[in-house]
Design a protein around this ligand. Structure first.
Ligand code: GAR
Length: 207
């Protein structure tokens, strides 16, 4: 059975697009059933609507970078109504709180444009450039209350060149994001992910 995915977005939606594309082509055992944005102008909403996927703006009701109270309830209600199995944060620029996370325990993924646990938070690519590191990358992880700190599912590494700008590094990382996020969804959909001692184990699950 296809894994029913709900995607939370705030902006451009290129990760959403890669998930939709691989779902439509049958490369992953998942179907995007609803897209929700905290931003009515998010390009991501149009990407979903273009292919007939339900796409909603839900007022986050606060300027703060968190999702709380009534807004959290509204988001959960829509996800439940659409029988979502897995919630994917794809450029969703808000922090989820305890209630949301416990309702979808081990069924919320996030993508971050750095090799976590390095460079958590905003402007991860800029942080990597400023650090002088030679490599950065992308991380897909489960969402826990530890922001950007949940168990890592997959990572992809890219080089940092001396003449890189934030834009050029972001583009290199983004290409990897588009590859590994659908792959993680597919692993979960196929039942190949276990969590043991707060770490992700990938492979066939016996017994
Ligand atoms: C992506 O680079 C994603 O990793 C990042 O926002 C971008 C969204 O792009 N997410 C974060 O920084 C979360 N901390 P997209 O809307 O084109 O997918």
């Amino acid at each position: 059975m296809l894994c029913r995915v709900g995607v939370l977005v705030s902006g451009r939606g290129t990760n959403l697009q890669s998930i939709i594309d691989k779902s439509i082509s049958g490369e992953i055992d998942a179907e995007v059933v609803v897209v929700i944005s905290d931003n009515p102008k998010a390009q991501a909403l149009n990407r979903a609507r273009k292919v007939g996927i339900k796409a909603l703006y839900l007022d986050p009701a606060t300027e703060k970078p968190i999702l709380v109270g009534g807004a959290e309830d509204k988001y959960l209600q829509v996800l439940k109504e659409n029988q979502v199995d897995l919630v994917c944060l794809a450029g969703f620029m808000r922090v989820l709180k305890e209630k949301f996370i416990s309702e979808y325990k081990w069924r919320i993924m996030n993508i971050h444009p750095a090799l976590l646990p390095s460079f958590k938070g905003l402007h991860a690519q800029r942080q990597a450039l400023n650090s002088g590191e030679r490599f950065s990358g992308a991380t897909v992880h489960f969402v826990t209350e530890d922001v950007d700190g949940g168990p890592i599912i997959l990572q992809a590494v890219v080089p940092i060149y001396q003449d890189d700008t934030e834009e050029s590094l972001s583009q290199r990382i983004l290409k990897e994001e588009h590859r590994i996020y659908p792959e993680c969804i597919n692993l979960l959909a196929k039942g190949k992910i276990q969590i043991k001692d707060n770490k992700v184990i990938i492979g066939e699950i016996n017994g």
